[in-house]
Design a protein around this ligand. Structure first.
Ligand code: NAI
Length: 399
C-alpha cells in the first residue's frame, strides 16, 4: 500500500481526501525538514506533500526511493527542481486556483470601502473626530469597474461586482469570453478613462511591468480608485504616490509591492505608508482559512487521481493526460524519452511479451513522453523488468 508523507502542517482537508480514497499510511510533519532528517523522512514514501518551505532538489529526490508523485500544497513551485523530477518520471502538482475567490472578495471589499472613504473616516474616529460628512462617499451600485486581466481572478471579481450593480469592463491581451454582462474593452486607455475603480489581475513579468505608470494614471478618471492585488511590479509606486498626492486619484488599495518585507518584523518600505486614503495589506489576498482548505483538497485530489488512474491533468512538469477509468483494471504508466519510435518500440515489446493493448493514451511535452496503457492481463515482475530495460523507458509502473 502506498505510503504518504506530508510536511509543513498541510491542511487536514488533504488527509480527508486521502482517507476517503482508502489511504491509511499517512505520516505528517508540522514543519519543513532539511538535510538528513528530510532524507530519512522521504524514504519509503510514494506520495509526498510539501508547501513552500521544503526545498525539494535533486539530492532529496535521490533519497526518495519510492516516490511516484509530488504535491506542492501551495501556488508556487520554485522550491522544487522540476526538471530533475520530470527526468525521473515524477509528476508535480500544485494548487494554482484554490485562492482565487479569496482575492476576488478582498478586491470587492476594498472597492466598497474606498468608494465610501472608510479608511479615512475610520482613522478620524480613532483620532477622536466625528465627521459625518457624505462628501466624496459613493455607492458601488451603478459605478464602472475596469478589470485589467480577465483570468481566473479578474473574471470572478467581475461576476461579484455585477451582483452589486456595478457596470463591468475588462481589458485582456487574450480573447476572453465575457461572463454575465461584462463588456470587453480592447482599448485600455478608454477603459481607464471610463472606470471609477480600476483593478489589476495580470501576471508578473516584463510584459506587465509598470503597466500602470504616470501616463496610465493620468488617463484615469479624476477621483477614481486603483486596486492592485496581482503583482508588485505592475504599478509604478512613485507615479501612484504623485497621483494620490495631487488628488487626481481618490484612493488606492495595494496587497503586493515591488519589494516585500521578508519577515513579520520587517516594515514595508513605501512612500504610500501613512496615507489615509490607501489600504495596504501584506500580500494576503489569497490567505484565508477557506483557501487553505481548498488547497489541501485540490492537491490531494490530483495526487489521488494520479496514484489511482495515472491522470496528470494540471501537472506543472509533465505531459497532461486527463482522468479516464481503466478499461481493464490493469494499467501501465509508461514514461519515456520523447523520441521517434519510442512508442512503437514499446508496443512491439508488449506484443512480444504476449500483452494485448486494450486502450492507450499518449501525450508528450518537451523531452518526456507519457503513455497510459490498459492491457488484458496482469504482467509478472519479469515482464515489467523487460519493459523497463527498453533504452527509451524512464520508468514504468503498474497500477
Ligand atoms: P490568470 O493567469 O488566470 O489571469 C491573468 C490574465 O491576465 C489572463 O487572462 C491574461 O491573458 C491576462 N493578461 C496578461 N498580460 C496582460 C496584459 N498586459 N494586459 C491585460 N491582460 C493581461 O491569473 P490569476 O489566477 O487570475 O492571477 C492573477 C494575478 O493575481 C497573478 O499575478 C497572481 O500571481 C496574482 N495572485 C495574487 C494573490 C494575492 O495573494 N494577492 C493570490 C493569487 C494570485
Amino acid at each position: 500500500m502506498s505510503r504518504i508523507v506530508l510536511f509543513e502542517n498541510i491542511n487536514p482537508s488533504a488527509q480527508e481526501v486521502f482517507a476517503a480514497a482508502g489511504y491509511t499510511d499517512i505520516q505528517t510533519y508540522p514543519a519543513a525538514l532539511t538535510g538528513q532528517s528530510l532524507f530519512d523522512a522521504v524514504k519509503g514514501a510514494s506520495i509526498i506533500g510539501i508547501r513552500s518551505r521544503t526545498q525539494f532538489d535533486a539530492s532529496v529526490l535521490a533519497q526518495s526511493d519510492c516516490l511516484r508523485v509530488l504535491g506542492c500544497f501551495c501556488i508556487g513551485t520554485n522550491q522544487v527542481d522540476l526538471d530533475a523530477l520530470s527526468l525521473a518520471g515524477v509528476p508535480v502538482f500544485n494548487a494554482p486556483f484554490s485562492n482565487t475567490r479569496s482575492v476576488a472578495e478582498l478586491v470587492l471589499a476594498e472597492a466598497i470601502l474606498l468608494l465610501r472613504r472608510i479608511p479615512e473616516k475610520n482613522a478620524r474616529v480613532h483620532e477622536g473626530y466625528w465627521d459625518k460628512s457624505a462628501e466624496g462617499a459613493y455607492e458601488a451600485r451603478g459605478k464602472t469597474l475596469g478589470i485589467i486581466g480577465y483570468g481566473n481572478i479578474g473574471s470572478q471579481v467581475g461576476t461579484l461586482a455585477e451582483l452589486l450593480g456595478m457596470r463591468v469592463l475588462f481589458h485582456d491581451v487574450e480573447s476572453k469570453l465575457p461572463l454575465s454582462n461584462a463588456q470587453v474593452c480592447p482599448d485600455l486607455q478608454r477603459m481607464l478613462a471610463e472606470a471609477d475603480v480600476v483593478t489589476l489581475h495580470v501576471p508578473g513579468g516584463t510584459a506587465t511591468d509598470n503597466i500602470i505608470n504616470a501616463a496610465a494614471l493620468a488617463a484615469m478618471k479624476k477621483g477614481a480608485i486603483l486596486i492592485n492585488a496581482s503583482r508588485g511590479s505592475v504599478v509604478d509606486i512613485d507615479a501612484l504616490h504623485a497621483a494620490l498626492a495631487s488628488g487626481h486619484l481618490a484612493g488606492a488599495a495595494l496587497d503586493v509591492f515591488p519589494v516585500e518585507p521578508k519577515g513579520v518584523n520587517e516594515p514595508l518600505q513605501s512612500p504610500l505608508r501613512g496615507l489615509s486614503n490607501v489600504i495596504l495589506t501584506p500580500h494576503i489576498g489569497g490567505s484565508t482559512q477557506e483557501s487553505q482548505a481548498n488547497i489541501g483538497r485540490e492537491v490531494a485530489e490530483k495526487l489521488v487521481s494520479f496514484a489511482k488512474y495515472g491522470a496528470t491533468k494540471g501537472a506543472v512538469n509533465f505531459p497532461e493526460i486527463s482522468y479516464a477509468a481503466s478499461s481493464t483494471q490493469v494499467r501501465l504508466l509508461h514514461v519515456h524519452k520523447n523520441m521517434p519510435g519510442a512508442v512503437s518500440a514499446l508496443n512491439k515489446r508488449l506484443a512480444d511479451l504476449g500483452l494485448n493493448i486494450v486502450s492507450q493514451q499518449l501525450q508528450t511535452q518537451g523531452e518526456l513522453g507519457y503513455v497510459l496503457i490498459d492491457i488484458d492481463r496482469l504482467p509478472d515482475e519479469a515482464t515489467l523488468e523487460s519493459i523497463r530495460s527498453d533504452p527509451a523507458t524512464i520508468r514504468c509502473d503498474l497500477l
